[in-house]
Design a protein around this ligand. Structure first.
Ligand SMILES: Nc1ncnc2c1ncn2[C@@H]1O[C@H](COP(=O)(O)OP(=O)(O)OP(=O)(O)O)[C@@H](O)[C@H]1O
Ligand SMILES: [Mg+2]
Length: 314
């Protein structure tokens, strides 16, 4: 059973400035809620704003407009000790594990860093704790004395996961955390995450461009297109439930990749789409767009328990 709401985003917006000083709107009015023990997936193609949203949620970058609540408390503009506490509770795992290590730091030092930083224990306790954690993620405790370049990509990602769960966070955001690994290792890491999640009850925000993977591991999928959430689906039978033409196109791309007779329809955001101010962002590429779609902006509508969609057709 799902518990209380842990995290809630209300109308979150983010603007970045380009090199000519113009601001551009990257995250647009995103509402999202995450309940205890839940795993949600955020899916969308490259450049749609997934990592930006992850960084906003983990407060690595500030929100331009909107509010964020954590256990019912407004955490939109935290600083100081409260921000530090938030960093402990909401953890992020990045795509490329190697980039999070410094080459001359032993695995042990890397692992104990946050425990010492947050003054959770002394150095000796932290090292013992790190050894335990390494074994939890299926690695030998002797790895503590190794250097990052002596481990494989999959092993490094296990170390990152071990260190992360050691902090006992409420929320872990995995930003494409398996996409740098080869397929068989990906499966092991996903399996490990799921197992840890069911044992330790953290919530998971899983970011991926792989809709099939999202469906297989999450409870709910948020489909993102050019910084907007265009559809929210229960992760069961999404090929039946998906309504948005963009989600359907993504599904089609998955299925046609398996069927070599069909052409893969790749849908990449076109640069002019960023400049659309009116109507539906997807209209230019939508097979079902009517004239109205270029004028009227669709809002996210609740259709049923399994689907909410932002499309003028519904
Ligand atoms: N710090 C920044 N300053 C300016 N623009 C940025 C910054 N970070 C991201 N962007 C831009 O915001 C948009 C969204 O980027 P983001 O990294 O969130 O996409 P993504 O969905 O994670 O893509 P990918 O799947 O390739 O990781 C892109 O156009 C990107 O160039
Ligand atoms: Mg990204």
């Amino acid at each position: 059973m799902m518990g209380n709401t842990i995290l809630e985003l209300q109308g979150i917006n983010k603007y970045f400035r380009d090199n000519t000083g113009n601001s551009f709107h990257v995250i647009k009015d995103v509402n999202l809620s995450l309940r205890q023990g839940e795993c949600i997936a955020i899916v969308g193609e490259s450049g749609c704003g997934k990592s930006t949203l992850a960084k906003l949620i983990s407060q690595l970058i500030p929100v331009t407009k909107g509010s964020m609540f954590y256990n019912g408390k407004d955490v939109t503009n935290l600083h100081g000790a409260q921000l530090k506490e938030y960093y402990k509770n909401v953890q992020m795992i990045f795509q490329n594990p190697l980039s999070t290590f410094s080459p001359r730091m032993k695995i042990g030092s890397y692992m104990v860093e946050p425990y010492l930083n947050f003054k959770l224990m002394n150095k000796k306790e932290a090292l013992n704790y790190a050894k335990e954690l390494l074994e939890t993620v299926g690695l030998s405790k002797d790895f503590i004395d190794r250097y990052p370049n002596e481990l494989s990509g999959g092993q490094l990602q296990r170390v990152v996961i071990a260190r992360t769960i050691g902090l006992k966070p409420d929320v872990i955001i995995c930003d494409e955390c398996t996409s740098a690994l080869d397929v068989s290792i990906q499966k092991q890491i996903i399996h490990l995450l799921l197992e840890l999640q069911s044992n330790t009850k953290f919530c998971n925000i899983f970011i991926t461009h792989d809709l099939a993977l999202a469906e297989s591991i999450s409870d709910k999928i948020y489909v993102m297109y050019l910084g907007e959430i265009v559809e929210i689906l229960r992760s069961k039978n999404i090929s039946r439930d998906a309504k948005h033409p963009y989600t359907k196109a993504l599904l089609n791309a998955v299925f046609s990749a398996k069927n070599t007779n069909k052409n893969i329809e790749v849908i990449k955001p076109q640069i002019q789409d960023y400049t659309i101010k009116k109507g539906c962002l997807f209209a230019l590429r939508c097979p079902n767009a009517s004239e109205n779609c270029y004028r009227e902006k669709p809002c996210l509508k609740y259709l049923n328990l399994r689907c909410s969609v932002a499309c003028n057709l519904y």
